[in-house]
Design a binder for this molecule. Structure first.
Ligand code: SF4
Length: 284
């Protein structure tokens, strides 16, 4: 049972250091999708909660009103939607916060970047292409439904994601595939690339960041469902910088090889081994 509550906030826009935008809006706190790898579960406000990650959501119902006021004073170059929550989760159908925010951004002609893995986005496809800089990063990182359910228990199925991506492309929404956080040895790029719908040009692979997340915790959550060998291999990658660098190098080679058949523009985001921030990016 999901616990819903209202969260009173005093501002809509927050400055961000994430390179995708200068401001961020998160219409909800918590996320009912409850992905077990989610970095947000380690945020200090979330750690204080009694409920398990995925079992609660706080609705920031005043955000649309606040945003309208703030946009009279601030002119963001770009707004990132959903850095710590999924903006198209089921409570959105009841509260409509994301929809109102999108309408306000559209009325001010402010572009956005959206991070999502929800097929519910397809019902918003017609309002997402109002600005040429609008961008969707759609997460697609498991090719096997059983593995997907293990890591993303409440998220959209692969088939539904493919349908949503096709709906976005049909509505001329600039859509990129985000394979991330890419957890070592949970899938292979050949399978993933072969499932990417026609019409997608850009693929971003973002390696799991164990400094922001927690690889030991993650492995312990799935160790009964994956082989001991796989569990050991995943932990081994993060045991030393050398192992990590080797894994990154292998991933790059594998992406190169697999991509010969597809010709995507690939961008690999490699979190620094020893720091929460400062990603290195490999573009080719
Ligand atoms: S959908 Fe995104 S925000 Fe929600 S739990 Fe999964 S990774 Fe976290």
């Amino acid at each position: 049972m999901i616990k819903e509550s209202i969260l009173n906030v005093n501002k809509a826009l927050s400055r961000t250091l994430i390179s995708l935008a200068d401001y961020v809006i998160n219409p909800y706190r918590g996320c009912t999708f409850g992905c077990i790898y989610c970095y947000t579960q380690y945020n200090k406000n979330i750690l204080k909660k009694k409920e398990k990650w995925g079992d609660f959501i706080e609705i920031k119902k005043d955000i649309p009103l606040l945003l309208d006021k703030e946009l009279k004073l601030i002119s963001p170059k770009k707004v990132l939607m959903g850095s710590t929550t999924e903006i198209f989760q089921y409570p959105e159908l009841k509260y409509g916060i994301t929809q109102k925010i999108l309408e306000i951004l559209k009325s001010h002609n402010i572009p956005f970047v959206i991070l999502t893995k929800s097929y519910l986005i397809k019902d918003f496809a017609h309002i997402l292409s109002y600005h040429p800089s609008n961008k969707i990063y759609f997460t697609f990182m498991f090719s096997d439904e059983n593995i997907r359910k293990l890591f993303e228990p409440n998220d959209s199925s692969l088939e539904r994601r493919k349908e949503a991506i096709s709906a976005l492309l049909k509505n001329n929404v600039n859509t990129k595939i985000h394979i991330g956080p890419f957890i070592p040895y949970t899938d292979d790029l050949a399978n993933l690339f072969s499932l990417i719908p026609d019409g997608i040009k850009d693929v971003q692979i973002e390696i799991y960041n164990s400094k922001v997340g927690n690889i030991s915790n993650l492995v312990s959550m799935v160790k009964d469902k994956i082989s001991i060998d796989t569990a050991k291999k995943i932990e081994e990658v993060y045991r030393s910088k050398e192992n990590y660098d080797l894994f990154v190098e292998d991933t790059k080679k594998e992406a190169d090889l697999v991509n010969k058949k597809h010709g995507f523009n690939i961008n690999i985001v490699v979190p620094r081994f020893d720091s929460c921030y400062n990603n290195n990016e490999i573009k080719y």
